[in-house]
Design a protein around this ligand. Structure first.
Ligand SMILES: NC(=O)c1ccc[n+]([C@@H]2O[C@H](COP(=O)([O-])OP(=O)(O)OC[C@H]3O[C@@H](n4cnc5c(N)ncnc54)[C@H](O)[C@@H]3O)[C@@H](O)[C@H]2O)c1
Length: 298
């Protein structure tokens, strides 16, 4: 039977890719975002603001999955704009959960969490149960959201699957990235500017191509047993210097090192490298693309 999906935040970097890959996987999509127009040609689109409870009346409760990919991302800006961060990232989710509770909507929520919920650890691949901490308002929002999903499942039986995403890259539509490491490197390098790294660039991350992120999510959620679970999405583990060097080489710029600004050094995590054993040992699904393949078509 045709599976139905709602994508909220369908104009965003991840949302528009998800919407595209869901269509290709044979899903019937309804797309929503706060912006007046869809970012790409889609079958069904309506503007909606998730911070307003009444806006959820626009949604059809008879769907299989609701992808909540509307959000506000950032680090130090959260300390200034905390109302927006809480309103979009936490109240927005609570509005969805409340609407689902009241309409008895049986869809599964698919929710994107982040590497920033982990306490980073040198030379350690993080598993889903490893220690968490929040150094920013954004990370606190994401931890709260993970807890709220569990809370509403426990109290009202609303199902979810959470995917923790580390550093996404790749864009099949344009050059935009909402936020994040690769977007920063590419913005600089495309302008012919050197890439600047704080410290010595030895911090390590897991880099995952956006197509792998979407296909892993789409395959995983179709399995009944992945309900009410949290999964790391794996990828290629690289230091920031290794990743920056690859981008710099491609665009013929250099990598420069600058001292950590005081606040940035306090907000940044140590290594956040993902162990995705939980996902692939159960589903057989993992990420295989590399940054070199994407940059050089190797
Ligand atoms: N990009 C990353 O590196 C990354 C990593 C891990 C998790 N995530 C999470 O994935 C989600 C999507 O991230 P993204 O990179 O696509 O972000 P993005 O900023 O590109 O997209 C967010 C979308 O949400 C929409 N939006 C904002 N406020 C809204 C509101 N009140 N109502 C409805 N729509 C609203 C925006 O118009 C935008 O299209 C976010 O929750 C983000 O925290 C992103």
């Amino acid at each position: 039977m045709l599976k139905k999906a709602i994508i909220i935040g369908s104009n965003g970097y991840l949302g528009k890719h998800l919407s595209f890959y869901l269509e290709h996987a044979g899903f019937s999509n309804q797309n929503f975002d706060i912006q007046n127009q869809p970012a790409r040609k889609v079958g069904s689109y309506q503007p909606m603001d998730i911070t307003i409870p009444g806006e959820f009346e626009k949604l059809d409760p008879q769907v299989d999955f609701i992808f909540l990919f509307a959000g506000l991302t950032g680090t130090s800006n959260g300390f200034e704009n905390y109302k927006d961060f809480v309103s979009i990232n936490e109240i927005g989710l609570l509005n969805l959960l409340t609407w689902m509770r009241k309409t008895d909507c049986r869809a599964r929520i698919v929710y994107p969490s982040t590497r920033l919920v982990y306490k980073g650890r040198k030379n350690h691949a993080l598993k889903e149960d490893d220690a968490r901490e929040a150094k920013t308002i954004y990370a606190a929002n994401k931890l709260a959201a993970e807890n709220m999903l569990w809370m509403y499942q426990n109290a009202f039986g609303i199902d979810y699957t959470v995917f923790r995403i580390c550093v996404p890259y790749g864009n099949i539509f344009d050059e935009a990235y909402s936020y994040g490491t690769l977007g920063f490197f590419l913005d600089k390098a495309r302008k012919g500017e050197d890439i600047t790294l704080f410290g010595d660039g030895s911090i390590r991350r897991t880099f995952t191509h956006v197509e792998d992120i979407c296909s892993i999510m789409i395959e995983t959620i179709q399995l009944e047993a992945t309900k009410n679970e949290i999964y790391n999405i794996g990828g290629e583990n690289l230091s920031l210097l290794e990743a920056a060097n690859k981008v710099a080489k491609k665009f013929e710029v250099d990598v420069q090192f600058v001292e950590w600004p005081d606040l940035a050094s306090k907000l940044e995590s140590d290594d956040t490298v993902f162990d995705d054993t939980k996902l692939w040992s159960f589903t057989g699904i993992t990420s295989s693309r590399t940054l070199d393949e994407w940059l050089y078509g190797q």
